[in-house]
Design a binder for this molecule. Structure first.
Ligand code: XUL
Length: 517
């Protein structure tokens, strides 16, 4: 059996898989807000930070680990687990002094993790991916590198506020003495991996690429980026490595306390998005995952480290080898909800009926589907921009606006993923709105590729369990065929007759977008 752990923003989740039976044998979560209310972080972070700061208490993640494993012992026989791997919310960072590794090596199973590891923290709280406080630091790092294009070419992304490098720089500038006392900086993923392994674990290429510090073509820390970020930073990071690198036996703490076998080993942990790519069975180029949530995300495997010349998309390491893109669209379900509420519709009338009623109008009316500022493309929209028939523009026909909004969202995705130069052969659709057949068919038609939907609940934790199995020598594609199957009857083929319609609409959409810049 293999255990995958995902330390996300709101919860810590375990998925246990048994490749022999092809079954997920156990899934359990600890919810930070609900299970650990004393951290006063109802949504997994400390509310009301100033200046765009969003931090979480790393001790909460450790306490969740003890609690989750205690619960797992009631649900499954942990002595059967051969390998553990995991994932974490990306970009978040943990700052530790030189006692961290000695404390890890000496963990006493009669005590708990928080009391034994808390003294090693040089920063009481960890900035996480929701933090937007580092605008000045992003500008400084960009200037030191001679511009955004060079930074993006090297690291896979322009300087991004939530990325770890700018966050480290802000810490160095605001608390230089604490920065000096820091001997090890971990991501959320490598922090938990270190605790499991009983020694500091390297950051993997998947999560490491979310730091504005990793040189993608060299797969090592970039000396110029390190120097532009903070002094002596290279010494605080272990050399990065592939997610499937085995760390050796897990810490005796977990063997004694939770009944793991003393042969159980651990692999590296990666970011939650790279792990989801594995858990969605999409690690081969040509596969795309579209997740429809508060924000929509598009991620896909890529063979080489190609980067987005516009700097909207990010490039991370793919745990199965090669690279992956991640493109976020802020106006996801928030825009869908705004239009639904504007016309007083319910979800059925919105997704299903409106699309069915307007099939003949495919591609004819255009909407730039942005109800507020967008990041892809980066622009301060204050509302959607409409171009089409009078009844569409006036909003007297709500169904036409619904179709144009949804078409606009997926045309925008298609447009802003072209830089990858990977032909979309299959789309795996996930997230709340994915259940709707009308939306799924629209995605198939606009991308002209088959769409499948998966029943996977915890794609990152499942992906981590699959990485654990791969690190133990099992064949990842074969495992993905078993564990990442499309839900029965969920697959939809594109309507080939609409290929030209949407090709033409794509050009007009781009032209309309260009009028806004
Ligand atoms: C990715 C990002 C988020 C976090 C969420 O760049 O910031 O998806 O990984 O956990």
């Amino acid at each position: 059996m293999f255990l995958g752990l995902d330390s996300s923003t709101q919860s810590l989740t375990a998925v246990v898989i048994d490749p022999k039976s092809g079954q997920i044998t156990c899934q359990l979560s600890v919810n930070f807000g609900g299970d650990l209310p004393h951290y006063q972080s109802p949504s997994g972070f400390i509310p009301d930070g100033s200046d765009g700061e969003v931090h979480a208490n790393p001790l909460m993640w450790l306490e969740a680990l003890d609690l989750l494993l205690a619960r797992l012992t009631q649900a499954t026989d942990l002595s059967q687990v051969k390998m553990i791997a995991g994932s974490g919310q990306q970009h978040g960072s943990v700052y530790l002094d030189s006692s961290f590794d000695t404390r890890l090596a000496a963990l006493d199973a009669d005590g708990d993790l928080i009391s034994q590891l808390a003294p090693a923290l040089t920063r009481a709280t960890s900035p996480i991916w929701m933090d937007t406080s580092t605008g000045a630091e992003c500008a400084e790092i960009t200037a030191a590198l001679g511009g955004s294009a060079e930074l993006c070419r090297r690291s896979g992304s322009i300087a991004i506020e939530r990325f770890t490098g700018p966050q480290i720089r802000r810490f160095y500038k605001s608390e230089p003495a604490a920065y000096d006392r820091t001997s090890r900086i971990h991501l959320v993923s490598s922090f938990i991996a270190s605790v499991i392994a009983g020694k500091s674990a390297p950051i993997d290429f998947g999560d490491g690429a979310g730091m504005n510090l990793l040189n993608l073509s060299k797969l090592g820390w970039d000396t110029d980026l390190l120097a532009a970020t903070a002094p002596n930073l290279g010494a605080k990071l272990l050399p990065p490595a592939a997610a499937t690198t085995v760390q050796g036996l897990i810490s005796p703490y977990f063997v004694r306390k939770y009944g793991f076998s003393d042969h159980c080993r651990s692999a590296l942990f990666t970011g939650d998005n790279p792990a989801s790519l594995v858990g969605m069975g999409a690690t081969t180029p040509g596969n795309v995952v579209i997740s429809l949530g508060t924000s929509d995300t598009f991620f896909a495997a890529m063979p080489g480290p190609k980067t987005d010349p516009n700097g909207y998309g990010h490039v991370f390491g793919n745990p199965a080898g090669g690279f992956m893109s991640l493109i976020c669209f802020r106006n996801g379900s928030l825009a869908r909800e705004a239009l639904r509420d504007k016309h007083g519709l319910d979800w059925n009338a919105f997704d299903r009926d409106a699309l069915a009623m307007t099939r003949d109008a495919a591609g004819s009316n255009l909407m730039l589907p942005f109800f507020g500022p967008e990041i892809t493309p980066r622009h301060d929209f204050s509302g959607p921009v409409l171009q089409g028939s009078p009844e569409f523009e006036a909003g007297t026909d709500a169904a036409l606006q619904v179709r144009a909004l949804l078409e606009g969202q997926f045309l925008n995705m298609r447009l802003h993923s072209q830089w990858m130069e990977v032909k979309t052969e299959r789309i795996r659709l996930t997230g709340g709105a994915a259940k709707n057949d009308g939306i799924a068919q629209l995605v198939a038609d606009i991308f002209q590729a088959p769409v499948e939907r998966l029943d996977v609940l915890n794609s990152a934790a499942l992906g981590a369990a699959l990485v654990a199995a791969a690190a133990d020598g099992q064949d990842l594609p074969a495992l993905q065929d078993v564990f990442c199957k499309a839900a029965a009857g969920s697959s939809l083929q594109p309507d080939l007759a609409l290929a030209e319609t949407y090709e033409y609409a794509l050009g007009r959409f781009e032209a309309l977008l260009n009028t806004q810049r």
